[in-house]
Design a protein. Structure first.
Length: 227
């Protein structure tokens, strides 16, 4: 079976998943209620799969789909202001073919990188339970196992960083020690991958100046240069 076929099968299972009742109910509720500006759109309202270059060396990880971004459009980091900022930076770092991510049919391509979420459904208040995370880690593990060329993981935001640490503690016997999040911090993981922390491309972080295009693009370019 080809790598592409393996991902098609995995993604079909992800999209059909109904294991976490609270998450299923919440994502479907949002898809019905909608945000006023998208009132005439049909929301995706299902779990979100990863996207990108299956042979890439860089894996970007967010915590979960955004309520009116990925949960609306059906693609991770697509259709909201976080995606708008992220793809400006990815394009500047030459990791994407365009600086926008608006919908599933916008022609977007990723180079040498794949982007996914640790949790495949939008959680209430952006706070999944530990059980929900652990349940979804089964899919996350399959993604990582299939992405055999990945050498670096970039966690987009502290809660995504913490989710990656939790995943490695449970699946790779990562020892209990303090893994402190920060923009640009890096840790070598048990499977020799390098985990980088990166401030989330949220409007709040951008508007307060915590992150800007230069700071984020510089981190991406630094990761690209790693052997």
């Amino acid at each position: 079976m080809t790598l592409n076929s393996q991902f098609i099968n995995l993604n079909k299972r992800i999209i059909k998943c109904k294991k976490c009742k609270r998450l299923k109910n919440f994502r479907e509720k949002i898809a019905k209620q909608k945000r006023k500006q998208y009132i005439n759109e049909k929301y995706w309202g299902k779990p979100i799969t990863g996207f990108g270059d299956l042979k890439g060396k860089i894996l970007f990880v967010g915590l979960a789909p955004a309520a009116h971004g990925g949960n609306r459009t059906g693609r991770v980091f697509t259709g909201d202001r976080s995606a708008e900022f992220l793809y400006k930076c990815l394009n500047k770092a030459k990791l994407s073919n365009q600086p926008t991510s608006e919908n599933k049919n916008d022609g977007l391509k990723l180079y040498n990188s794949y982007i996914t979420t640790a949790l495949k459904c939008v959680p209430p208040g952006d706070k999944p339970t530990l059980l929900e995370l652990k349940t979804c880690f089964n899919y996350f593990k399959e993604e990582i196992d299939l992405l055999k060329n990945v050498k670096t993981i970039i966690a987009l935001g502290k809660i995504a960083f913490d989710a990656c640490i939790q995943f490695y503690k449970e699946n790779h016997l990562l020892k209990n020690k303090d893994y402190i999040f920060g923009h640009g911090v890096k840790y070598v993981l048990p499977d020799k991958k390098i985990l980088f922390g990166c401030y989330h491309p949220s409007p709040r972080n951008v508007n307060t100046g915590r992150i800007n295009e230069k700071k984020m693009t510089s981190l991406f370019k630094k990761v690209i240069k790693l052997k």
